[in-house]
Write a protein that binds this ligand. Sequence first.
Ligand code: ADE
Length: 418
Amino acid sequence: MKFDIKDSKLAKKGALRIEWAAKNMPVLKLIKERFSKERPLSGLKVACCLHVTTETAVLAEVLKSGGAEVYVCASNPLSTQDDVAAALVHDLKIGVFAIKGEDTKTYYAHLKAALEVKPDITMDDGADLVSTIHQLPPVVHANIIGGTEETTTGVIRLRALAKEGKLRYPIIAVNDALTKHLFDNRYGTGQSTLDGIIRATNKLIAGSNFVVCGYGWCGKGVAMRAKGMGARVIVIEVDPLRALEATMDGFDVMPIRAAAKIGEIFVTVTGDINVIRQEHFALMQDGAIVANSGHFNVEIDIPGLAKISKAKRATRDFVDEYTLKDNRKIYILGEGRLINLAAAEGHPASVMDMSFANQAFSAEYMVKNYQGLAKQVYTVPEDIDKNIARLKLKAMGIKIDLLTPEQKKYLASWEMGT
Ligand code: ADE
């Protein structure tokens, strides 16, 4: 079996951490039990371009118990947990191509290594694997029946590809499932982003001016958690509805130019490019901390900051200090890559349980239905989404009511008014 990882000796530590994550993934446990009996992925190769974390390892095990041959490469050069990569290879016999801190060339070489196995299904997080496939000759996707996509940024890229009529196979947008984005993007990104910033800096959040750029589901989560820790939260938006929502949720809303002067900690979660630029760095206070939790490292214009700086040094793990010409210091966390996975461990297992249940169910759905699907981006079927919510509630020991026959009838009727 081929693989490329940092250090096989880390496998024991990785295995213990995977075991810990699995305890908090009850929905995946149920799926694994069924998959082991039914083997819905039998004989298929699945190439997963995901963050190589303990939670991803649990998903990989589920896919394997469903009969798949699983290969994993990283979906970000800085998010790999090297101990998990080692455990996947040595304990679970899964081919992994990922090393934390790999350069861009190695990152893409690893994606290509995962494609060399000629997968039947792709599982992407950010659409780098699918984008790579679409820049290679068609022979590369000869076996592929379909794929899944984990995140907002990836779904946007894939919809753009489909709109141009160039998507070569059907994809299920896992991110669009309610049991994914309402929980993973909000509570997962909310908690893990604060976790990453705190682990990297050990700064007190209480009393700080905390600027959140973007008020999508991820931004909402980050703002909510920063507020919960006592920060004065400022939200930056370009969408009038979201700006209004942030205002009514109790946050200050203003343009980035205004926030740049007063912010102490900045987080970008927009999915767009150059959100914090040179002209904003020029306005920042001495000691400002700037981090990104969006998928790609494009939201902070780090080259622009470098241009107006006279010095740069690493001061702590995942903290680069830039000294401006007037001696003000600005701190960039995790090289502008998603801070929750660079400096912390990403979203907690309990929330990834639902995201990855969507992945497992979607892979199964693809196998059963790919012949009837067009080369389009599909949402996760509603019954899968609802089933995951039901299973999660059950695992949490929470019971809910059912509609009475009378209520059902009322909801399906139009006659009865006041
Ligand atoms: N994305 C965010 N957090 C993650 C995690 N813990 N595992 C895999 N992908 C993630």
